[in-house]
Design a protein around this ligand. Sequence first.
Ligand SMILES: [Zn+2]
Length: 176
Amino acid sequence: MTAHTNCPLCQSDGGLVLFRNAFLRVIDAQEADYPAFTRVILNRHVQEMSDLNQAERGGLMSAVYLVEALQRRHFQPDKINLAQLGNMVPHVHWHIIARFTDDKHFPNPIWGAPREAANAPDGEHEAARRNAHIRQRVPAYHEDITQSFTALLAETTDPVPEQTRFEQTLHRIING
Ligand SMILES: [Zn+2]
């Protein structure tokens, strides 16, 4: 594994680590406006998804979908945004962001313009109320991330979770 000295995701965890194995880590992004914001980060320095082999791509996306399902379970968001940009940090990482129609930027990407006050006169207040509600649920969500990832991936060096168990886990999380 080559760690790049000028890459923040090679030099640090990039946030609070909720799960880590040899292949990837799941972190709390620690974004004030989006308390449920989670990232899945490949441990080694790779710039593009197409630099990975098929199993690695599958394993990474399974992790993204597991986080997505857990956000659905804990927050019932209006939408979940999955994003892989890497313009600032060209080291493969996925953003998983629970979105609500009353959050700070909806319907724009969280990196876009905030909602216009004219369109949402009570916007700031709504977003603050929304975040207070989410923050109460974050500890249980984080605990569930750690437990769910550990159950699926801790005992294997394979980047891909066992298919049947993974599908059963997703189904159970989404359907209760
Ligand atoms: Zn890197």
